[in-house]
Write a protein that binds this ligand. Structure first.
Ligand code: Z5A
Ligand code: MG
Length: 217
């Protein structure tokens, strides 16, 4: 009888327009070409009832109190937990475009206390690897589409970047649950190669572990 080795839980984080969605899609096809079973996820997941409320807020079609929207972003992750756990247990690797680090970084940058922001996401499935696509707000601003949604303002993005770095500094730089900083200001293929290097290490290592960890516990 063979045992299924679990998939890796890989999160891509970063500022707006750092290339997360572009790189997540590239990573997915590269893994598929290497015969790795892979699923792409994205937060916010705007397709669920909670996600539709978030979408209306982000597109400034509704106003929601800062704490309330924070809890909705978190609820949008919690509603996906059973799917994340069963997918990983079945041996499929997840590439997740934004996660709880975005949740804390954006709300804390608006002025909410960091500890308060973190608490609703405590004990979510912990990523085996978080790839932080680091980019200066100036370069991000020069990329397509910037400025269309609620949070796409330069000063806020600077504060968000600092909080991301603070959250990343708490995580290990090697081994399980590590945080890898990727210079996302480079050309698409160079960034993609850096991500591939980190992902290959994690997929190799994490399938030896039994179950996914718990975030911030
Ligand atoms: N948010 C929150 O507050 N709380 C939470 O818990 C969560 C999120 C989960 C919407 O997120 C907002 O929700 C976001 C955080 C907040 N705030 N804002 N603003 P979203 O993920 O839905 O946002 P998005 O619309 O997907 O945009 P994005 O993620 O910011 O962009 P991206 O995915 O990082 O970039 P991209 O779409 O891949 O690329 C952007 C452009 O740059 C595009 O034209 C590419 O062709 C180009 N590009 C990409 N890579 C390169 C390189 N290397 N060189 C040159 N050009 C490039
Ligand atoms: Mg995106």
């Amino acid at each position: 009888m063979s045992t299924v080795q679990r998939g890796a839980f890989i999160v891509i984080e970063g500022l707006d327009r750092s290339g997360k969605s572009t790189q997540a899609a590239l990573l997915q096809s590269r893994l598929q070409n290497a015969n790795v079973s892979v699923k792409l996820m994205k937060f916010p997941d705007r397709t669920t009832p909670v996600g539709k409320m978030i979408d209306a807020y982000l597109r400034s079609q509704s106003d929601v109190d800062d704490r309330t929207i924070h809890l909705l972003f978190s609820a949008n992750r919690w509603e996906a937990v059973s799917s994340i756990e069963s997918t990983l247990a079945a041996g499929t690797t997840i590439i997740c475009d934004r996660y709880a680090f975005s949740g804390v970084a954006f709300s804390a940058a608006k002025g909410l206390p960091l500890a308060w922001c973190r608490s609703p996401d405590v004990s979510l499935p912990a990523p085996d690897l978080t790839l932080f696509l680091d980019i200066s707000p100036d370069i991000a601003k020069s990329r397509g589409g910037y400025g269309e949604e609620r949070y796409e303002k330069e000063e806020l993005q600077r504060r968000v970047r600092n909080i991301f770095h603070q959250l990343g500094d708490e995580l290990p730089k090697d081994g399980a649950g590590r945080w890898a900083v990727i210079d996302a200001g480079r050309d698409l293929n160079t960034v993609s190669e850096s991500l591939w290097h980190e992902v290959a290490i994690t997929i190799h290592d994490c399938t030896k572990q039994d179950s996914v960890g718990k975030l911030w516990q």
